[in-house]
Design a protein around this ligand. Structure first.
Ligand SMILES: Cc1ncc(COP(=O)(O)O)c(C=O)c1O
Ligand SMILES: [Zn+2]
Length: 412
């Protein structure tokens, strides 16, 4: 029996011990990612009550049952719920689903030839409900919020998370209160409104939207679903890691290149790799994690370059990649830890580079990617040129959303 992370096993109650004998994993508690304080998961939680940093779900994993579960994963039927045994939703609880996850890992031979990489894939997250990977996180987070009694859901967003929350809140029969910058891509705003969400346009950045929610949530009775300010969006995003491992025959690539705003997907994958290693599903030969940001908003890249564990806020943040316009991330140290532990990198690319790279992906591989997806390919080219990535190394690029959401960027 392996406890994923450092708590004494004694922490478990006798009934969880019994359950642990039978299950692949038992969701035991929430743990602060910074100070280690534990919190019970059986009530609605946001951040650590001691230090205000993110809470992460910890599981007791039974390697024998886990090995059997891995063997019994079926062909076909793919979604985030395929890995339910590794997710926090109790077995008897109904799940919300719109068909999220199970996206293809597409070989990209033409791009590979162009940038001198021999083994290249694109994880195409544009094929999710609401057109982005945000569906993964919201499916789990809204399922858990409803189960634990939340009645009104609120979130700040750069656009795609708002659309995903609007969809899953509608599915759950709960109202959604969304705060987005006023220059959020129009498609996202119209999508949210059409799904019945209350949308407030804010003259500012996602951080200003978050502040507005923090000020009003107590009075309004909102449960705050800001990324990494509740524990379960990252659990949904971690399924990216499970899927990539399974799609590559349980051998991870040498490098993963991820467009980083709040960093939830990167943090989630890193968590998934640790869980899978504990479960004996993969060895501990983990990929180098590369965080890509925009030159107009690069707090993580700056912190990486100056070797700091916490990032400074990036003032006057500006980029056409709405999802990368995150001047300050509450999980900054988790992103930076994963990059350092994996001997990865953090790189910034300009808007022109990412839009040109998006067009290249479209023309060469037939995928209409979001600028954030283009950013990953632009970063790969830079890392190939600098020698950080060798031609023979296997690389997974992320396309986190659909270009259809960003028509304003691609006109002309
Ligand atoms: C298309 C797209 N890519 C990347 C990101 C950044 O995601 P994360 O918060 O996981 O870093 C976002 C966030 O809004 C997004 O919408
Ligand atoms: Zn803490």
């Amino acid at each position: 029996m392996v406890i994923a992370r450092r708590r004494p096993v004694l922490f478990l109650t006798p009934s969880s011990w019994l359950l642990a004998m039978l299950s692949v994993s038992v969701f035991t508690y929430l743990e602060c990612a910074l100070c280690g304080k534990t919190h019970p998961w059986q009530e609605l939680q946001n951040v650590c009550k001691e230090c205000g940093r993110p809470l992460l779900a910890r599981y007791l994993i039974a390697p024998e049952q886990a090995a059997n579960f891995k063997q019994s994963l079926p062909e076909g039927s793919r979604s985030v719920w395929r890995y339910r045994e590794m997710l926090p939703v109790p077995a008897d609880q109904e799940t919300l689903t719109l068909g999220e996850g199970g996206t293809p890992l597409l070989p990209a031979p033409h791009l590979a030839a162009h940038c001198g990489s021999q083994r290249l894939w694109i994880k195409d997250e544009s094929q999710n409900p609401t057109g982005s990977f945000k569906a993964r996180g919201m499916a789990i987070a809204v399922t858990m919020a409803k189960y634990l009694g939340a009645e009104k859901l609120a979130a700040p967003s750069a656009g795609n998370a708002a659309a995903a929350l609007a969809a899953y809140a509608a599915r759950a029969g709960l109202p959604a209160y969304l705060f987005v910058p006023k220059d959020t891509p129009r498609a996202n705003i119209i999508e949210c409104q059409t799904m019945g969400a209350h949308v407030t346009l804010v003259d500012g950045l996602i951080t200003d939207c978050g502040r507005e929610i923090a000020l009003r949530k107590e009075r309004e009775g909102w449960f705050d679903l800001s990324t990494l300010k509740e524990p379960y969006r990252v659990e949904g995003k971690k399924t990216l890691g499970y899927e990539i491992a399974e799609q590559l025959g349980w051998k991870l690539p040498d490098v993963i290149i991820y467009p980083t705003g709040g960093g939830t997907g990167l943090i989630g994958m890193w968590k998934a790799f640790a869980e899978m290693a504990d479960a004996g599903w993969i060895n501990r030969d983990l990929p180098r994690m590369v965080a890509v940001q925009a030159t107009g908003c690069q707090p993580i890249v700056s912190a990486f370059k100056t070797n700091r564990r916490f990032a400074e806020e990036h003032f006057n943040a500006a980029t056409k990649a709405a999802g990368l316009r995150v001047p300050k991330a509450i999980g900054d140290f988790l992103i930076l830890d994963a990059i350092h532990e994996s001997r990865g990198a953090a790189v910034a690319v300009s808007d022109d580079e990412m839009l040109a790279a998006s067009r290249e992906i479209g023309c060469l591989e037939g995928i209409f990617v979001a600028p954030e997806g283009g950013a990953c390919y632009a970063a790969l080219k830079n890392l190939r040129a600098s020698g950080h990535i060798q031609p023979t190394e296997s690389v997974v690029l992320f396309n986190t959303g659909s270009g259809l959401k960003y028509l304003e960027c691609f006109e002309n």
